[in-house]
Design a protein around this ligand. Sequence first.
Ligand code: FES
Ligand code: FES
Length: 158
Amino acid sequence: MKSIITLNVNGEMHEIAVNPWRTLLDVLRDDLRLTGTKRACEQGACGVCTVIMDGKAILSCLTLAMDCEGHLISTIESLASSEGLHPLQQSFIDNGAVQCGFCTPGVIMSAKALLDENPNPDDNAVKEALAGTYCRCTGHIKTVEAVKKAAGANREVK
Ligand code: FES
Ligand code: FES
């Protein structure tokens, strides 16, 4: 049986009828059409579905939509503005950290949660923050570099 829930996603309130087993990932992609958040393993292994909830990076494939009421959810769609790309997005482009791009939203949202909490992370902090994300293309070195280079600019644009 469906319940009506209200979710705050990217600063907008959405009233949605959900079955109790539906995940946040299902609702973001299928109901709200926020398809920047990707779907792959749906088992918590790849990180492509990462979004931010209340400032923390979470796996939306392992999070029930019903448990997200009353929380602040941000997806990759919230990052760019009329001013342009978020510094993290620009840094990924500038530093060759995007190839096929499938993992990129999850990696960037993991990085954003880190930089919001720690604007000056060292290598280990960046690697730890990205440890739950899996990129088949870049070898991970470029993504770590891109996050570190974005750190300075991110201090000015939150
Ligand atoms: S789709 Fe969520 S961790 Fe892989
Ligand atoms: S850029 Fe292709 S999987 Fe990461």
